[in-house]
Design a protein around this ligand. Structure first.
Ligand SMILES: [Fe+2]
Ligand SMILES: [Fe+2]
Length: 264
């Protein structure tokens, strides 16, 4: 099975560059072209938040319009730049199948792999959050299928990833979340976005991975003292290759124009 994760689209309204410089609509269209061309065919695409830059319906509708070109079913999660109600208006139904207690939490059964999408947005804040309502929901979902390999998707990584802003913003409820994850050995990994950088860290017996962004890549300050800036880069995405024998393997791919291929 082939799953693609894209994240941090940060779309402006149609015809406008994000923050005046980032051609996010063009970048998304380029990624979709690359994703559609993958062999074997992609089974589904998870979009892990920051669909919009300013949370407006015009931006969400711009995203929905461009995403129509995807030849695989796709699912949407909210990020700190999004408004839950706006995303529900633009994507509620196929791309966001449920909204229990007002949170955009749902499960996708993908053959022998289970995908859990968790809303990690703190209303009015930039940091991550999982409150008791969401964590009770997650625990119930994990307890109903304890033997099934499961991947969890959410916008905010609950671990510190070596990025000064998100490490300082923190993640409310990370401790209880970590306890729940640690108690379920069938959780293969947490697949997040938010930091605009492909990064991986071990956390509570599993791995937290973050996806690159749709072209507004983080230029991290590795001294962890200064705030980070972004650079315009090729948009990137995560390719998740799943089989029961091999496990879940993550490749990071950028929509550059490579030279090749050549034989080793
Ligand atoms: Fe973002
Ligand atoms: Fe974010």
């Amino acid at each position: 099975m082939l799953i693609v994760q894209i994240s941090d689209l940060h779309l402006a309204p149609e015809g406008i560059k994000t923050l005046g410089v980032a051609p996010m609509a063009q970048n998304l269209a380029l990624c979709i072209e690359r994703i559609n061309a993958l062999v074997p065919k992609v089974d589904l695409v998870m979009i892990t938040g920051d669909i919009t830059h300013d949370g407006t319906l015009a931006e969400a509708e711009n995203a929905a319009r461009i995403l129509q070109a995807l030849r695989a079913p796709y699912y949407v999660l909210p990020g700190n730049h999004d408004d839950r109600n706006v995303l529900w208006s633009a994507f509620g139904g196929a791309a966001i199948p449920a909204r229990p207690d007002g949170f955009l939490n749902y499960v996708v059964e993908a053959a022998d792999l289970r995908l859990i999408a968790m809303d990690s947005v703190m209303t009015g804040g930039n940091g991550g959050q999982t409150c008791d309502v969401r964590l009770d929901w997650l625990m119930a979902r994990l307890d109903e299928a304890p033997g099934v390999p499961t991947a969890i998707f959410m916008h905010h990584p609950p671990a510190r990833m070596g990025v000064v802003e998100s490490d300082l913003d923190g993640f409310e409820g990370a401790e209880r979340l970590g306890g729940i994850i640690g108690a379920h050995s069938n959780v293969l990994g947490l697949f997040c976005g938010h930091i605009h950088l492909a990064a991986h860290v071990q956390w509570n017996g599993t791995t937290v991975s973050t996806a690159p962004s749709m072209g507004m890549q983080l230029a991290p300050d590795l001294t962890l003292e200064k705030s980070s800036q972004f650079v315009l880069e090729a948009p990137g995405f995560q390719v998740l290759l799943w089989s029961k024998d091999r496990g879940l393997v993550t490749h990071t791919s950028y929509a550059r124009n490579p030279v090749g291929p050549f034989d080793f």
